[in-house]
Ligand binder design. Structure first.
Ligand code: PLP
Length: 384
């Protein structure tokens, strides 16, 4: 049984809105609402006013989204030359970015430097040494690993050194005359609560204090990463409540430290919806199967790579039946929902996926050479 929230029906204006979008742009679509991204950004900024926000471009590298973050005056967390290219299209300066990939080719470092990025992240001595030729131009963050059981996506398994290693690395870097300016961590994406952030902030406070007694140029930057959650369960996430313990933990740090966060999911997830169309139906083994024009190889790829389940909506209500909604490819894993209760749908009916801005289109494939969903911008909501 699939436990995700499913909404049945919509008011006339909403139905008309979805139908007009498909009439105008075709199907499948991803509809991006800049107003929602601005609301999310402002809410996070209001609750953590002393933390500089760097949007994690990998969550959704679309140009319109980058443009909104640019308008908001936000920074960008980038990890590849391709992500730099998106920013270059908008003439966004590399000075507003941090390069957070702990493992880089030399060319990547040179491209990032030419782009204007000066902050790089490392978690081992080999990576520190790669920065030797550029040491006068870089400020480095050491990434620390704090494993989290409660996060949906563990981002401390593959990268990050232990707190003990951090001390050794900071001293090694100092010997090489490479400037470690602070520490960073990512406790995992889609955290259920902020316990891990709080624990990591306290541990980094202690580490920086220890390191600073042993190096000439003290560390004064703390990057608390991402992990701020999206509301996939429709329970209503109060970001102020989620961040209150983080805010309290940060308040204990020396007030001249520079604080950074790299939110991706929280900012962009609710700002994009997916619209797909029922292209076929069948009755198999007691289940009503509906075949859609988008699926897990496309906009719903986050169900595979990101372990997310998105709230769904159909535009009609009525008697419900056990139903399966599947994507357009010929592969059996291309199923969006295995067993949900839906009213009888007809070919041409629309299915809406909510909270679909983060790690959705970003991981889409072109499997079966099926066309990807077109991203359109909803500019009907006020944008200020
Ligand atoms: C993916 C990633 C982020 C964004 O994480 P969210 O949980 O989406 O906020 C931030 N920083 C780094 C280094 C990442 O890899």
């Amino acid at each position: 049984m699939d436990l995700r929230p499913v909404t049945l029906g919509a008011d006339e204006a909403t139905k008309q809105y979805y139908q007009d979008l498909v009439a105008q742009h075709g199907s499948p679509l991803l509809v991006y609402d800049p107003f929602v991204l601005k609301q999310q950004y402002k809410a996070l900024h209001a609750t953590l006013p002393n933390v500089a926000l760097y949007y994690a471009v990998k969550a959704h590298p679309d140009s319109h989204i980058v443009n909104t973050i640019d308008e908001l005056g936000g920074g960008f967390d980038i990890a590849s030359a391709g992500e730099m290219d998106v920013l270059l299209q908008h003439q966004i300066s590399g000075r507003r970015t941090i390069h957070t990939h702990p493992v880089k080719k030399d060319k990547e470092i040179r491209d990032a430097l030419r782009f204007g990025a000066t902050t790089f992240v490392v978690d081992n001595l080999d990576e520190i040494k790669k920065l030797l030729p550029y040491r006068s131009r870089v400020g480095v963050l050491l990434r620390i690993s704090f494993r989290s059981k409660s996060a949906a996506v563990d981002l401390s398994k593959k990268f990050g050194c232990t707190p003990e290693e951090a001390i050794t690395l900071a001293l090694d870097a100092a010997k090489l005359d490479i400037h470690i300016k602070g520490l960073s961590f990512h406790v995992g994406s889609q955290c259920l609560n902020s316990d891990k952030h709080v624990e990591a902030i306290a541990a980094c406070h202690e580490l920086i204090t220890t390191i600073n007694t042993q190096v000439e140029s003290p560390l004064s930057v703390l990057d608390i990463g991402g992990g701020f959650p999206a509301d996939y369960a429709n329970t209503g996430i109060d970001i102020e409540q989620f961040c209150a313990p983080i805010k309290a933990a940060l308040a204990k740090l020396p007030n001249d430290w520079h604080l950074i966060a790299e939110p991706g999911r929280y900012l962009i997830a609710p700002a994009v919806i997916s619209i797909t169309t029922v292209t076929g139906k069948s009755m198999r083994n007691g289940f009503r199967w509906y075949y859609l024009d988008d699926g897990v190889y496309g906009s719903y790829s986050g169900q595979i790579f990101d372990h997310a389940t998105y709230p769904l909506q159909v535009l009609k209500d009525g008697d419900c039946h056990a139903s399966i909604v599947a994507g357009p490819t010929c592969d059996s894993i291309d199923v969006i929902a295995e067993n949900i209760q839906l009213p009888e749908l007809e070919i041409g009916d629309l299915l809406i996926g909510h909270q679909m801005g983060a790690y959705t289109a970003a991981t889409k494939t072109r499997f079966n050479s099926i066309p990807e969903a077109k991203l359109v911008v909803n500019d009907s909501t006020p944008t200020t």
